[in-house]
Design a protein around this ligand. Structure first.
Ligand SMILES: Nc1nc2c(c(=O)[nH]1)N[C@H]1C(S)=C(S)[C@@H](COP(=O)(O)O)O[C@H]1N2
Ligand SMILES: [Mo]
Length: 221
């Protein structure tokens, strides 16, 4: 016990780090932001979870479900349900911000992080963006850096329950730092592409990136 290292409790760095942790500095997770900054501009908080789709909610059983990962990758894959569950499983808590102005705090997701997926498929050097395609025909695009965000998850569970069909089960993407239209439900295909291309809403007047903190709602914002 005598030679137990002294804790540098009062060092300048430790004090700074404690202050940064308190402010949530350097963290991207919204949960670390001060409460006053947790809600992006123009948003209001809801307690329920609204359902938004194109009018069709495809019923895809876990037995039928496949996720094709294709395009500019070294190791293209077609994952079935068991292959998805065999990958490292990640839990993330994040807030939802929908472009229609509702936000919902503290959603607990479980699934495969996009970083672990990328470790498996190994995007090529010229991959710059991804195009997502869903079982209802929906598409949406993301820059590679946004897709690879630390808190982005291919989610199969929400609050410890299987993700409901209406919310995109068996598997949806969740990219919490962008408006929720980027978080494709009923995910079917991820294609790594060389340059960013507009998906469904992006072709219909929505912003190519959709950062809620910059209010990137529409194409001319
Ligand atoms: N496949 C698919 N994904 C989708 C959509 C859709 O119509 N089809 N709508 C998007 C939009 S506009 C929003 S706001 C969110 C809604 O997700 P929720 O219904 O779980 O709230 O899903 C996004 N992902
Ligand atoms: Mo939306």
């Amino acid at each position: 016990m005598d030679d137990e290292p002294t804790q540098p409790e009062d060092s300048k760095l430790t004090r700074s780090k404690r202050a940064w942790a308190h402010e949530g500095r350097f963290l991207t997770g919204k949960t670390a932001r001060p409460e006053t900054e947790r809600l992006p501009p123009g948003q209001h908080l809801v307690k329920n979870w609204p359902v938004l789709d194109l009018g069709e909610q495809p019923e895809v059983s876990t037995a039928q479900w496949r996720l094709d990962v294709a395009g500019l990758v070294e190791n293209p894959r077609s994952l079935d349900w068991n292959a998805l569950l065999a990958l490292p499983q990640t839990e993330r808590r994040s807030d939802i911000h929908c472009v229609t102005t509702w936000s919902r705090y503290a959603n607990d997701w479980k699934g495969v992080s996009t970083r672990d997926l990328m470790d498996m498929v190994a995007p090529k050097a010229d991959a710059a963006a991804v195009m997502l395609t869903s079982y209802d025909g929906y598409t949406t695009n993301l820059l590679l850096a946004d897709f690879a965000a630390e808190d982005a998850v291919l989610a199969h569970s929400w609050q410890n329950e299987p993700l409901a069909t209406e919310h995109g089960g068996p598997v949806r993407l969740v990219v919490p730092h962008l408006y929720f239209w980027k978080s494709a439900k009923w995910l079917k295909r991820i294609e790594f592409i060389g340059s960013d291309r507009a998906g469904f809403w992006e072709q219909n007047g929505y912003h190519m990136r959709g950062d809620p903190w910059a209010e990137q709602r529409y194409a001319d914002d």
